[in-house]
Design a protein. Sequence first.
Length: 329
Amino acid sequence: MAGRGGFACDRAAVTGEGFVGNRDYVSVSSKAVNATIAERASKQYGNVTTRELLGLGLDEAAIRYRVKIGRLHREHRGVYAVGRRPVTPLERASAAVMACGPGAALSHGSAMTLWGYWKRWETPFEVTVPVDRRPKGIIVHQSITLHWRDLTTQLGIRVTSPARTVFDIAPRQGDKALRRTVNGALHSPWLHESELKELVTRLGHLPQARRIAPLLGLAGSPPRAHWEDDFPAFCASHGLPAPVMGAHLNGYIVDALFPAQRVIVELDSWAFHQGPLAFETDRERDAETLASGFATVRITWERLGQRPDEEAARLRKILAGRDQAPRAA
């Protein structure tokens, strides 16, 4: 993404050469440094760090002078905006991440907005760091569980992955809000269910993992690979149409879908679907898909294993009835 534009070559002494008291002049070296700083800042929403400025040849006196004449604006300790103060949320978010040092990433509520899951930016910005670092004006979260898989870049800003972002925000949300967050994230182009499952499995000892797991078909349900192999084989052996497995529908990932008949099949087990959270989740999902014209049939692993012929006959009858049902205009 283009930066906020470069800045004109100034008459400040940007190196140790040529700066005496308040006297300043344009030099070839200052022009070269100006161009380099402008190029660096343009890739970071107009921000540069003290370390970067020192690496480009400025000394502390030159940095102070630039602040005095308005070439640099101190946004955080060790972070300066070039030309003017940050105005947009992305400019300020970038500065916040840079202030927290190497390995830092925008996270929690700020990351939810950067990924588009929330519509409004809230301040202070939130950043997760691997080590203890606490710049003023930033909400800092130190994490010892942060893995390289949990970090990425979005719109040029280092940020926690969509899976990690949803995981981190979960403790702040009630059950209904969390279900909406998970469903919305899975329906976005940024997050695949397998990525959230990997994180929930890796950090399964944490409370939010135990809350998210039932929303993904974990914690007692058969592995999805087993389900994806066995149910199509069951349908084929009983002369039923071939289902679409793991289809995305109305923000949900359904176990199996018969598109022509607009029938969803969810394969349930008591270990997975017991408890109030799963109870409410199942019924909310069924009601929302029914409102869109899709009927849900729930089949347990126990019934499928013990009475396969009976289950196949019932499902065949349901599909036949839906074939004949008039469609809404």
